[in-house]
Design a protein around this ligand. Sequence first.
Ligand code: FE2
Length: 369
Amino acid sequence: MSTATMSLPLAHNQRAEFAERVRRAHYLEYWDADYRTDKPTTGVLPHLWGWEEMKGLMLESAKVIGINEAERRGLILANPGLAGKPYMTNTLFGDVQILSPGESAPAHRHTTSASRFMMEGTGCFTTVAGEKCTMVPGDLVINPSWLWHDHGNDGTGEVTYLNVLDVPLVAGLGCTFYDHDYWKEGDVSKTVQTVRKIYDGTTDFYSTGGVKPRNINESKKPYSPQIVYRYEEVRPTLDRLATGKPDLYDGYILEYVNPETGGPVMPTMSFTLQMLTAGMKTLRHRHTSSTIYCVAEGSGCTVVEDKRLEWNKNDVFVVPTWAWHSHMQIGKDPAVLFAVTDAPAINKLSLYREEREDEKGRSTVIMPA
Ligand SMILES: [Fe+2]
């Protein structure tokens, strides 16, 4: 190479002056940018929100803010690693909501997909696209993208539930829309949907595994036609599964599925229910999906990297993407964990990767197909 074409290191002051001009012109020096990480770096921390404190704060919130003032009276679970952002993980948002007797939250819709996991109380309902669905503890209600929904409490005591939505994922993709103008639908009420479908209908039609109705046309929608998944129907399946061999990493685990396809119930999020029987301890693994857990029954401990999260009923905790984790049951009763994961979105992008450790500590990486 001739000296005319050879690049020579710039003097320190020239280098600094170049860097400044680059910055002002809205460029970054590639060689200084730190985005080329050898593993995901989201900042999300493993964290647990304990039920006792959560419930106490929710009950207080019901005193300090009226439902009409709040629209949705909820406490957002803010991950301590995300500097005050209203997110649980880099892809998932979660909040806990409380409705006092007779209260209702007005209809709205959004492009984000949502889910409700009923924690405590009876008399709660959510109406999704004209179907009024009752909810009791342990029930899962899905709320696919852009469907009108409103909530209410017909009971005599407070009701509380966990919402998990794909808010950060949809925001990152630049696809967030909210619509609060239910009045334009021309319904009798401007804020509450008229029930136009059979009460709890889709649950009655679809909740028996292994069969599907033929007198109802397939919805051909990218989400499940079944809106509510009843705990009392799903839970016994775990006991039946427990007569066989558990998964080494998740114990006895079920995925809630779209009865038309057998696939996840919504395009971006999937839901599971898993049981750890007495003394069960799973092996460690990590994967490129984030998971939010809510304890449905029992007690246990999840070790995430070097953090021990000890959990009891209704506690909520998060396992970030690519974090080593294992679960352990504690106490005499089986533990049951409800979980929400962003795996369907990650899978669709062919980015799902998992690393498993066997009993001898040897690891295997499973790459996208
Ligand atoms: Fe909503």
